[in-house]
Design a protein around this ligand. Structure first.
Ligand code: DP6
Length: 339
């Protein structure tokens, strides 16, 4: 009945960092505004899934993360796989054992859910090909990743990806990300991201709660307008190689995201005093040295320093001499994966 009854598939994916932020959902896991991100290169998730035709009534699901069984995530995985059964009717007939590893620390300011779910979606697509003999499109795989974690849909293809309907890119879609590498000016194929790990602990308020708080947020409409406007400006900057505008938009988006958290009901902040001290130093350094450097921030206190390969020596020096004391000497130096 199936072309293959058992086997194992292995995939590797990378997290992504958003420059225009996805914050707030509508319908089933659709974004309230479009977002743009690039995938990282050194940070990786490696996932393998062993599949086997099930002899008993109920298929078994196991999840092993960093060599340990994670029964908490297994519950999430079961729900996730159930949500995919409409596209992949073979799923309930197979036992699946998912083994996953990240080469970057948990709660490091790099969203592991994006690389985690993009890897699971890719591996499931590989199994689909083996058991049914049919390929899935990148759009289908991105859509499957989105159902696990919204930002994961932007980690199926490398480089720059856009998710969400917008007025600039006709192909923009609520269900999957589209790759925009062919529009990108060469300077933006050499972007670097050094994540300064100001604080490593589990976040006090999860992103799921943050997304929910956008539903009745007093600034929701303004935020949606801002994201669409920034999409237009950012796509122009990415095409023209306009670094100055790029950095301005990246910082505005990061601070708006954290402003939305502060002004939600209940309000909260994930930033700590060292996050703000680092931002101040980056801005002062840019002004006095005329270096193309800026920052973005994910849903956490850690600062992503953005710069370009051409300036990496001077920026890495600056990070070491001026910023390391504000992040316990903890940093992950990464750059875009563009191919
Ligand atoms: C701040 O994709 O982690 O990183 O869809 O609930 O899994 P879920 O949320 P998630 O949210 C990411 C939010 C963000 C911005 C972004 O990556 O665009």
């Amino acid at each position: 009945m199936y072309i293959s009854d058992s086997g194992i598939v292995n995939v590797t994916t990378s997290p992504n960092i958003a420059i225009i932020k996805y914050w707030g959902k509508i319908n089933i896991q659709e974004p309230i505004n479009p977002s743009i991100s690039f995938t990282l290169s050194e940070c990786k998730t490696e996932t393998s899934i062993a599949y086997q035709l099930c002899k008993s009534e109920k298929a078994d699901r196991q999840f092993i993360f960093q060599n340990e069984r994670n029964t908490h995530f297994e519950q999430k995985l079961i729900k996730y796989l159930d949500s995919l059964t409409v596209f992949l009717p073979w799923l309930p007939d197979f036992n699946l054992k998912v083994t996953s590893k990240n080469n970057f620390p948990h709660s490091s300011g790099i969203a592991s859910s994006a690389s985690g779910f993009s890897a699971i979606a890719k591996a499931i697509a590989d199994i689909h090909e083996k058991v049914s003999g049919k390929d899935l499109s990148v759009e289908d795989i991105s859509n499957m990743a989105r159902l696990g974690s919204g930002s994961a849909c932007r980690s199926i293809e490398n480089g720059w990806n856009v998710w969400g309907k917008n007025n600039i890119l006709q192909k923009g879609n609520q269900h999957y990300a589209i790759n925009i590498n062919s529009y990108i000016h060469p300077i933006f194929t050499s972007i670097c991201d050094s994540v300064l790990i100001v604080k490593q602990h589990e976040k006090k308020v999860s992103s799921s709660i943050g997304h929910q708080l956008m539903t009745n947020h007093p600034y929701k409409e303004g935020r949606i307008r801002q994201a669409h406007q920034n999409m237009e400006y950012l796509l122009k900057a990415l095409e023209k190689g306009d670094i100055k505008n790029f950095l301005e938009i990246a910082e505005e988006e990061a601070l708006s995201l954290h402003g939305l958290m502060l002004s939600s009901n209940p309000g909260y902040t994930l930033l700590v005093s060292n996050s703000l001290a680092i931002i101040k130093k980056i801005r002062e350094f840019r002004l006095s040295n005329q270096i193309d450097i800026g920052f973005t921030i994910d849903a956490g206190p850690n600062i992503h320093v953005l710069y370009f390969e051409k300036d990496s020596d001077i920026v890495l020096n600056f990070i070491q001499s001026e910023l390391f004391s504000l992040c316990n000497n903890l940093a992950i130096h990464d750059h875009i994966q563009f191919d």
